[in-house]
Write a protein that binds this ligand. Structure first.
Ligand code: HEM
Length: 490
């Protein structure tokens, strides 16, 4: 009996609340001036979980479906959040060029904080982050790159000297391993590369596995993968603290990114702390390792499946051998235009970072190439997609075809529609700082392979692994090799 009274009262309260909300909404819609904002069209989705469902099925699948219907600007409702997509160079320039006060990375990339650690990158204000990016820029200047290249060449030579006269390998596995070694040498320093490689690789492995799709939404969720990540982060901090102290005590300076970060100073003269140095190195490795190894593998898969381009890069190597002999250094790699275009085209078709995000802090509007104008209110998350935008048919001719010549003088499809036509490395205010390093590393590896081996792809052309955080190659990429020494007259 008592229960019925409670139920009745409860029901009446709900009804009253519901009616009040509806009436207030109706009154407000008459009183408030009508917004003359032209909001982007909404992606059709069922209420509440519809947006999430569409997104979780794969963002590229959703874009493939939605772009032809809604055009280059549209909004997806994900719970209480609005994600507005800006696809193509005509509408994405504000995304790339806006000031941090208008369009920021901090909120949307917060999930990196437990991995990179405290006091760096997305854990600090923009003014500090800008200074830390200055440290990156300095560590990646041409004079530094020159010494990194020498180390890359040695690493590639040593690694492939372990291959036999002929055989079969999983190219993906081989390139992943080689790039961990090179990155260790150039970025983390010889102490890690020579003595602590096993320990540090295992810890980085735990850091890597601690960044899951769920971590983007709940970075501190108490799950085993996150616990392992946090332990690994602590142990790495101890290892680097020891290395930094020992370098400072001996006063010995090395040619690596670690040394650059140790020597870096903020504008007010403050030197970097050990925690910051460790965090910046982890950030560098996360930015550059998988991205580069994935791109090396795609480059190989395309070259070995397109004899025309394989011959073109081999011919280029022969010309350079004729000109420079065996010398492979920064300046020789810089002359490899054909190889550059082959890597760039693999990266156009398969950018490892498929979605770039910002949080908008002020209203802005965009105009599509069809002349439609949309207003995007502040508070929206704003997204663009290299994986989708790099294959737009009105920018790239026959966009799904591997055609490195599209970047050659006379065609230059990556520039025809302006700066943001080709966005594998992002662009504008936050364009990739490691782009030259990445190209040099991939070129150094492929130069060694092309000059020393005949290669043949023996597994089917690989598929894309959409499930990975850094989108890469699915399964093995089996390659048959036979040693050779490339000479000018071959
Ligand atoms: C093929 C290899 C690589 C690809 C595809 C790539 C891609 C990108 C992209 C798309 C961005 C922009 C992110 C955004 O706008 O939200 C970016 C930023 C960045 N990348 Fe790379 N990257 C690569 C290699 C590297 C390497 C080797 C390093 C360093 C050693 C590096 C360091 C950075 C840094 C520091 C930023 C942040 C720049 C800023 O926010 O101002 N990247 N990268």
């Amino acid at each position: 009996m008592k229960m019925e009274v409670v139920d009745g009262t409860f029901l009446n309260t709900i009804l009253l609340l519901f009616t009040t909300i509806i009436i207030s909404k109706l009154i407000l819609s008459f009183i408030l001036p009508k917004s003359n904002k032209n909001l982007p069209p909404l992606v059709p989705a069922y209420p509440l979980f519809g947006g999430l469902h569409r997104f979780m099925k794969g963002p590229i699948l959703m874009l493939n479906d939605v772009y032809p219907k809604l055009g280059s600007v549209f909004t997806l409702k994900l719970f209480h959040k609005n994600i507005t997509f800006l696809i193509g160079p005509e509408v994405s320039s504000h995304f790339f060029k806006a000031q941090e006060t208008d369009m920021s990375q901090q909120e949307v990339y917060q999930f990196n904080v437990p991995t990179f650690g405290p006091g760096v990158v997305f854990d600090v204000d923009y003014s500090i982050r800008q200074e830390q990016f200055r440290f990156f820029t300095e560590a990646l200047r041409v004079n530094k790159l020159k010494s990194y290249v020498d180390q890359m060449v040695v690493e590639a030579h040593d690694y492939f000297s372990k291959w036999g006269a002929s055989g079969e390998v999983d190219l993906k596995y081989e390139l992943e391993h080689l790039i961990i070694l090179t990155a260790s040498r150039c970025l983390l320093g010889h102490e890690v590369r020579d003595k602590l490689f096993g320990d540090v690789s295992a810890l980085f492995h735990d850091l890597d596995n601690g960044m899951l799709p769920i971590s983007v939404l709940f970075p501190y969720l108490p799950i085993p993968a996150h616990r392992r990540r946090d332990n690994a982060r602590k142990k790495l901090a101890e290892i680097f603290a020891n290395i930094i102290t020992s370098r400072k005590n001996t006063g010995k300076s090395e040619d690596d990114m670690l040394q650059c970060f140790i020597d870096s100073k903020y504008k007010d003269g403050r030197p970097t702390t050990e925690t910051e140095v460790t965090g910046l190195l982890i950030a560098a490795l996360f930015a550059g390792q998988h991205t580069s190894s994935i791109t090396s593998t795609w480059t190989g898969a395309y070259l070995l499946s397109n004899k025309q381009y394989l011959s073109a890069v081999v011919d280029e190597q022969k010309k350079l051998i004729e000109k420079h002999g065996d010398r492979v250094d920064h300046d020789v790699l810089a002359e490899m235009d054909v190889l550059y275009r082959c890597i760039k085209e693999a990266l156009r078709l398969h950018p490892p970072l498929i979605m770039l995000l910002r949080s908008s802090h002020s209203d802005f509007s965009v105009k599509t190439r069809e002349g439609k104008e949309y207003d995007i209110p502040k508070g929206h998350i704003v997204a663009t997609s290299p994986a989708f935008a790099n294959r737009l048919g009105h920018i790239f001719k026959d966009p799904n075809r591997y055609d490195p010549d599209r970047f050659a003088v006379g065609r230059e499809e990556d520039k025809v529609a302006g700066a943001f036509s080709y966005i594998s490395f992002g662009g504008g205010r936050h364009g990739c700082l490691g782009e030259p390093f990445a190209y040099l590393q991939i070129k150094a590896i492929w130069t060694h392979l092309l000059r020393n081996f005949e290669l043949e792809l023996v597994s089917p052309f690989p598929e894309i692994d959409w499930n990975a955080m850094v989108v890469g190659v699915k399964g093995k990429v089996m390659v048959r090799y036979k040693r050779r020494e490339l000479s000018v007259n071959q």
